[in-house]
Design a protein around this ligand. Sequence first.
Ligand code: FUB
Length: 306
Amino acid sequence: QKRFLKFCCYLLLTSSMLSAQNPLVTHIYTADPTARVFDGKLYIYPSHDAIPKNEEDAPRFYMPDYHMFSLENGSTWKDYGVILDQNEVPWGKKNANGMWAPDCIKNGDLYYYYFPAPPKDESSFRRIGVGVSKSPIGPFVWEKNYIQGIEGIDPGLLLDDDGKTYLFYASEKRLKGVKLKANMKEIDSEPIQIQGIPKGYVEGPFPFKHHGVYYLTFAHVFPNEGYTIGYATSKTPLGPYIYCGKIMDNIDNGTNHHSVVKYNDRWILFYHWWDISGFNKLRSMRADYLEFKKDGSIKKVEPTMR
Ligand code: FUB
């Protein structure tokens, strides 16, 4: 009880330490920010680090639902509230508090929201589900079952110029990828392990295409170095990839799930840190500009640490 009280005091003391740009929002804790631009508007689909209800939950991730945000007037992040609660997931385990990093993409006129959650059939640590909406802000209609044939966390989606969609995810500390069928709800190939990613714990794949090159960024743990953000490139969506180096060094943040998006002609890296809480299970999403060099390589991002 003493430890939990100490933890609550810390939250109260640190909750007034705000900065202008980073973290992006301060009224709730947000992590794993997947930013997307739909029809010129910037959205973020993060996960939500809720405040644990009791001491037993305090040292762990406590993630019962998802919020989402959009940028209004270039400066304010609008919170749309809970867009999915864990107990609304048709195939999800009740009250498991394990709603980890999601993603959302647009294909045609529809928006597809992908998320990992613990399944009630306990067939795996996490399965990946999908919901469909006519709007980027939902409401999403949630599929009755998880996507068959894959298991893992951290879905990251790539809609290629030819209309084919690829789902990347992390499973058993490795990155995997699979082509999706046109319905966006079923796999259309055998999942493969992405080749060319350095050894070590890896998660949080984020794929995108720039000047015809496929980029795959990921959170990566080198031995004795902690979480870094690395990236690799390829001529084909599912690789093999060539490791190109780090986008961000370890900032002692526990994890470093992120996304990279071009908005108003500038590239931005979205990531998280524990600015407000001082506790790496209560994270806050952040953003800093990212630049490409002329040869297509990415300059390392120095986080604005207040
Ligand atoms: O936020 C929960 C999990 O931690 C994410 O799914 C991982 O990428 C890591 O950030």
